[in-house]
Design a protein around this ligand. Structure first.
Ligand code: FE2
Length: 295
């Protein structure tokens, strides 16, 4: 198994150590339990990738905080000691809803939940709908608007374009087969402004499909092969990626969690770096094929 080498860990690990240490101190000396508990809560609020999202300003603060906290996060390779056990797809969905109840995002815990679930085709096959010409996105759960959980089905040799993730977190777990992920650096935003004078910030929903020209060819930073039950993580801080099923004899199925959900992202032309904003759609929802009549 080829796993991505972990870089500097996120603040969450330090937070976990603090929590464990605080728990030990509290149990050793009951009189300090209340103080320690308050410290733990404060530490949690300070160090984890968390912020309330009750207002536009809080939204912005959370975005900034997460962008910083996830700059080096490359996922966790072992389940967390303090995380819930996940024995089924139903458990996984329940645990995710619970995790997102508080308007906070703990990316290590989300990663733990995805990692701890062991793929069982009997549970997910009703969502796994293939198309002979392209990979498909199949919605499993809309996460009360806070996340989207979906199954992507990859026919033999099928792959995605190079794309970003619209400033969302992306967790990708393999359910069947292998996927090859190739990463690229995010093109420089300033280059977009300099090349044609149009700021990406001026684009609106009416601009879907318009082309914005970046500076140069995208160069790959490296490949990773993700195998069954592995979890990969990416966000726009970490760059762009392309995903493909390298097998020409086996299909592949992956489980993706995006938070917050998004309905458009950018794809990039490898040779020119050209960016194209495009909508993202579902091939099926809750096991039902999407057609013009039931969209
Ligand atoms: Fe992706």
């Amino acid at each position: 198994m080829c796993r991505r080498k972990r870089l500097q860990h996120s603040a969450n690990t330090e937070q976990k150590d603090t929590v464990e240490s605080t728990k030990r101190e509290s149990s050793d000396n009951p009189r300090t339990a209340e103080t320690s508990s308050a410290t733990m809560v404060n530490q949690t609020c300070t160090d984890m990738a968390l912020a309330k999202v009750n207002s536009g300003k809080a939204d912005l603060e959370q975005e900034r905080y997460l962008r910083d906290a996830t700059r080096y996060f490359c996922g966790i390779e072992k389940p967390l000691k303090y995380g819930p056990s996940i024995d089924s797809l139903s458990d996984l969905i329940t645990a995710l809803h619970k995790e997102f109840e508080t308007n906070f995002v703990n990316i290590e815990m989300v990663n733990h939940i995805m990692l701890t679930y062991k793929s069982n085709a009997r549970e997910w096959k009703r969502f796994a709908k293939f198309d002979r010409f392209k990979y498909t996105r199949n919605l499993v759960d809309a996460g009360n608007g806070k996340f989207n959980l979906m199954i992507l089905c990859w026919g033999e040799g099928q792959g995605s374009a190079i794309h970003d993730h619209a400033d969302s977190h992306c967790f990708m777990k393999m359910l069947k087969g292998d996927l090859k992920e190739t990463r690229y650096k995010m093109p420089c935003t300033q280059a977009i402004e300099m090349s044609n004078g149009v700021d990406i910030g001026q684009m609106d929903s009416d601009s879907e499909g318009e082309h914005v020209f970046d500076s140069a060819e995208l160069t790959p930073e490296g490949d990773t092969t993700i195998t069954v039950n592995d979890v990969a993580y990416i966000n726009d801080n970490l760059g762009l990626h392309r995903v493909e099923n390298p097998s020409h004899i086996e299909t592949a199925v992956s489980l993706h969690l995006y938070c917050p959900p998004f309905d458009e992202c950018s794809v990039f032309h490898k040779n020119s770096g050209k960016r194209i904003k495009c909508p993202v759609t579902f091939w099926s929802k809750y096991g039902v094929r999407q057609t013009e009549s039931n969209k």
